[in-house]
Each structure stands twice: as C-alpha cells, then as structure tokens.
Design a protein around this ligand. Structure first.
Ligand code: ARG
Length: 621
C-alpha cells in the first residue's frame, strides 16, 4: 500500500476522479463478475460523515445477490486509497451500505496546490475540435428583443466555454436579412425616397415601424379575403374590403418584384438593402457589445450570404432523389417526423430550411466543424429536427475527411412576464432589448448610489452599468437553458442570493481583504503552505476542486447554468469560510498565509467562471 500523497497521479486535480478509479479497481477485484459496475462516487451529502461517498454497494448487491452491507465490506477490504484518504474501514460504512471517504489534509492540500496554476486545472486538448456556434441571429429591420438576449448571451457563453476548454470556436450569427419581408421594407423605403424624402436619417425604430406596416398590409389581404368569403356582405363593405385587398395585393406583388430585382443585383435595390442592413446591425452589434458578448461584424453570416448556394442545394437534393415533389412544392422527408422539410415553395421560392441546409453544408464542409451548436429558441425545434434530418440524409453532415459532424439544437425557453405569458410591454409589444438594459442599469444605479454615496459620479455610473448587465445576463444564464423563466427586476438585482450582483460582490469582498492586508503590510504568498484544518477551510478547498469538472460538464452539455450554480456554491462556501476563519485577525502567520492563498485562489476561480459568461468583475461596488 502506498501512503505518500506524492505518488498519486500528479496531473489529476479532481479527487472524485481518483476515488472513482480506486473504487472501480476495488469492485473489479472483489466482484470480477461485475467489474464494469459504476463506482457511484459523489461529494458527500453530509460533511460530518466524510468528503465523498460511494453508493456502489446497493445496486451491486442486487446484481451479485448479496447483502449491501456485506458488499460494502468487501469493497472496503480491497480499496486502496491510503495515499489520499484517511483509513476506510468497517466504520466508514453507513446506513444500508454507503462508503464514506475523508481526504487526508495533506492530500487535500496537494490537490489544491495543483489546481492553483494559471490554467486552473483546465488543460487544452492535444487536438482541439472545431465547434461552430450559431448565436444571436437577429433580423433586419427589427429591434433586438428578449429572445435575442437569450440567443446572444447563452450562445456567447457556450462559445466561451468551448474556448475555455481549448477548442477552436467559430461564431456564426444567422442574421435574417433576406427574403420577401425584407424586400417589402426595401420597397417601402424606395417609395419613401421617390416621394422626395431622404433615407439618411432613417433609424432602426423607423425601419421597425415600416416593417410592421408592410406586414400588416399583407395580412390585410389575407384577413379581408377570408372575411369576404366567410360572410359575403353588404355591398358597400364589400367594395371597401375589395379596395383594401387590391391595395394589399398590389403591395405584395411589388414586394415580390422587388425581391427579384434585389436577387438579380439591381443597384438601387441593393443600395437600399445595404442601408437597412447597416442601420440594423449597427444597433444590434452595439447591444451585443454592451452585453459584453463577442458578437461582431465578423461573425455575421446572414441568410443573404447563402443566396447563391440555394439553387445548387435544391438541385443537388432533387437530382439525387433526396427531395421529392409534394403538391407542387419540393420536400425532403425525414424519418420519424410526420411533416416533411419544405425546401422549395410552389411558386419557386426558397425557405428558411433551404438556407439552413446551405449553412450546414458550409459549416461542416468548408469550416470543417466537428460539432455545430444552434443556440436558438425552443419553439424552432421542429425546424431544426427537419433541417438536421434532411442534412443527414443528404450527407451534408459528413466532412471532406469523412468524419461526421454532430448537429445540436441547444434550445432555450421563453422569458415570461409576471403574468406567466411571454414578456411584452403593457401594450403587448415586444420589449426592446436596449430599453431593458437601460432599465436594469437605471435600477442598479439607484442601489449603487444608496450603498456608495461617497463614490464619484463617473465611477458610480460605471459600476451601475456592470451590475445591471451582470444581473440580466446572470438571470438568463442561471436557469436551466430549456426552461422558461419569469423576469423579475427585484430578484435579479438583489445583492443577496443567487444573482449576478451577489457574485460580483463576492469578488469585491475578496479584493477588499487584499486591500486591507496591504494596509497591514501583509502580501499574498502564492506558495504558502496550505493548512486545511477547519471544516470551513476543507469545505472551501473541496468546492474549489470541483471547478475544472464543472466547466467541462457545462461545455459538453451546453449548459451554462451549471457554472452559475457552481459559482454560487463557491461564493457561499467562501462566505462560510470568511465568517468562521478570520484571515487577517489571527496571529498565526502560517494560518494567515494559507488563508490568504485560499482567498486568492477563490477570487481567481470566481473571476474565471464569470469570464466564461462574459461578466466583467469590479474592484469595488
Ligand atoms: N433569425 C432567426 C430568428 O430570429 C434565428 C436564426 C437561427 N439560426 C439558424 N441557423 N436558423 O428566429
């Protein structure tokens, strides 16, 4: 038996990992017939009993037909953990057969030492995968709304997690910048210009209005038609309706013609389209920057960038017999889904899915993605199942080197108002994301002013901006991605509880410990020996050690909330430690140095975790 902590695998930072291996080995020796059994090692539910527990004995007992406690005894008999843990004996077996393990203080310290390196236990892989992350995806002539908050914030965090894990990440914003709705806006602007107005100071709000009007006009056509057929009607009303239908038809027809001229590169149409593009993107990218997300012009790959590919994709699918005709339209049938994937309308127009097929081809075959992750609203899940299924059938998910790329829809839920319905303004409009951010910052400013009346105005504004944005982002990231959540100002802006401001404050508190230490002439010794004697020191150390595993799991599962939950857990563990383990007040130099080192490491892990969410930290608040 080994007893020297130095003999454990020097690269493993995660004690749970080592225990898992050791329990597996013990099970394999004790029960060769069940050597593949899961060792079921997890952090202990009761710190009093130990640091970790293995629950393997219970399922194993069923399998080998023995009593769970006897199975536990046999595992304990063969378990070799002396280099990392206190002796595991009969007395370590609890209840029906839980096996409790407590790490040796020197081993625990050695694990923390290893974590305390620049990369915090997250080493880049030797051959990194390429991951394409589809995020943001705003639409031209439309303001960003809360839905795009989610695709931007969650998308950017997923991308950051992958970057943190050392993968090659390519962000792609699939901007809705093509098709009939945009052609309508182009047409409306051309009419506006022809009426003698300049387009120079058209803003996104104007475009948004024009967009809605244009849509309403076309809807008019359908609504009016429907009611006439349904009710017949008074000759006068009928005449009026017919007039409106006429107008709507005319508008729709002109938009269709405009789309044709736009598609054929007509100079004026393209120039007006470009204007719409520039106005929309300037506003949207400014919001992305304010959210501290890495979504810039270089990541924009709008639907328009695929326009030359659509014809080829459709021809390819048609000639290879993958697409088939259905009621004059062209569709690809996907196994297990009743409705087909529509790729060409009866009138010859291409669709959202056609563009997504072209995008998959580019991402897999040109960008050579190993994995393409779509951070898009859950309400588009059928669309993606169809598009992925069609791409699979077409072989578009196979890279030039023959490798297969995984396509995943990282679907997210809806942001709800207090009334449990999708968040809207009082009058039922979508809430402009920019307004939402302004309000978050304004509310944060009030709290910051209350807490720090002495700070200069400029600094208070800077803090309020950081706190407000952190509150919004953290709320969006900390609920399980797929779930809906209710938007609540009070909850998200609270300085206590599982919030962005609380975590920022945790960092600020640690910073102020170091400020005080400096005033007392005490400096951080990054190599100080770690003394982990108190339960709160141990708890903090054990929590710190979870970090690399959490980041890996969050990345793999595309679930940023796991990082949030963890950071909250870490901040809480730190709180307990700070309350009961005086850092600067004690008079034992070794203990003080050790505790300061724990403070420093905690701060680095908190900052690193917040960085994976693009939440900048503050020095004071
Ligand atoms: N523009 C779309 C929307 O606002 C989102 C684009 C999602 N990405 C994609 N590849 N379809 O709904």
């Amino acid at each position: 038996m080994t007893t020297d902590p130095a003999t454990t695998d020097q690269t493993t930072i995660d004690p749970a990992e080592i225990l898992r291996e050791r329990f597996s080995a013990a099970i394999a020796t004790a029960f060769p017939e069940a050597a593949d059994a899961d060792p079921l090692v997890s952090p202990s539910r009761q710190a009093k009993l130990g640091d970790f527990q293995s629950n393997a004995a219970m399922p194993l007992a069923k399998r080998v037909g023995a009593k769970p406690r006897d199975v536990a005894s046999r595992i304990v008999e063969h378990l070799d953990v002396a280099d990392v843990a206190e002796p595991v004996t009969e007395a370590s077996i609890a209840g029906p057969g839980f096996i409790n393990v407590t790490l040796r203080p020197d081993a625990l310290a050695a694990f923390v030492e290893r974590l305390d390196a620049p990369e915090l236990g997250i080493e880049p892989p030797a051959t990194p995968d390429t991951v394409v992350v589809d995020l943001c995806g705003v639409n031209l002539a439309k303001q960003m709304h809360v839905g795009h908050l989610r695709s931007t914030v969650i998308g950017d965090t997923v991308a950051r997690l992958f970057e943190r894990l050392g993968y090659d990440v390519i962000r792609q914003s699939h901007v809705g910048d093509w098709g009939l709705p945009i052609a309508m806006v182009v047409q409306a602007l051309i009419d506006h210009e022809d009426a003698g107005h300049s387009l120079d100071d058209i803003g996104l709000d104007d475009l948004n209005r024009i967009y809605k009007d244009a849509q309403a006009t076309c809807k008019d056509e359908r609504v009016a038609l429907a009611s006439v057929t349904k009710y017949g009607g008074h000759p006068k009303a009928e005449a009026e309706l017919e007039g409106r239908i006429e107008h709507a038809r005319d508008a729709a027809e002109r938009a269709r013609q405009r789309l044709v001229s736009l598609q054929s590169g007509d100079e004026r149409s393209v120039a007006v389209w470009q204007r719409i593009y520039d106005v929309t993107m300037a506003a949207c990218l400014a919001t992305c920057a304010r959210l501290n997300t890495d979504v810039t012009d270089e990541h924009s790959a709008g639907e328009s960038t695929y326009r030359q590919d659509l014809h080829d994709v459709v021809t390819d699918l048609e000639t290879r017999g993958i697409a088939e005709e259905s009621d004059g339209a062209l569709v690809v049938r996907v196994e297990g889904i009743a409705e087909p994937c529509l790729i060409r309308k009866k009138d010859g127009g291409y669709l959202y899915a056609t563009t997504d097929l072209a995008a998959i081809k580019r991402r897999v075959q040109d960008m050579r993605a190993d994995r393409v992750v779509y951070v898009v609203d859950a309400r588009q899940s059928l669309h993606f199942r169809l598009a992925f299924g069609a791409a699979e059938r077409a072989g578009y998910t196979t890279r030039p080197d023959g490798a297969h790329a995984d396509l995943e829809h990282a679907a997210f839920g809806t942001v709800l108002g207090e009334d449990n319905k999708p968040l809207k303004t009082r009058s039922g409009e979508n809430i402009k994301l920019a307004d939402l951010l302004d309000e978050a910052v304004a509310r944060a400013a009030t709290t910051v002013a209350e807490k720090n009346p002495e700070l200069p105005e400029g600094e208070r504004a800077r803090i309020a901006e950081a706190v407000g944005i952190a509150a919004i982002k953290y709320t969006d990231l900390s609920t399980e991605r797929i779930k809906d959540y209710i938007f609540s100002w009070d909850r998200m802006l609270a300085f206590e509880g599982d919030t962005g401001p609380y975590l920022l404050n945790a960092v600020v508190r640690i910073t102020s410990i170091f400020r005080k230490a400096g005033e007392q002439g005490v400096a951080l010794d990054e190599r100080a020996a770690l003394v982990l004697a108190e339960p709160d020191e141990r708890a903090l150390a054990l929590t710190l050690l979870k970090y690399p595993r959490i980041v890996r799991a969050a990345g793999e599962a595309l679930e940023p909330h796991r990082v949030c939950n963890y950071l909250y857990e870490l901040a809480s563990a730190f709180s307990g430690f700070y309350e009961r383990c005086p850092v600067l007040k004690g008079d034992d130099d070794a203990v003080r140095a050790s505790r300061l080192r724990l403070c420093g490491l905690t701060k680095r892990v908190l900052c690193d975790g917040l960085e994976t969410m693009g939440i900048p930290t503050l020095e004071r608040m």
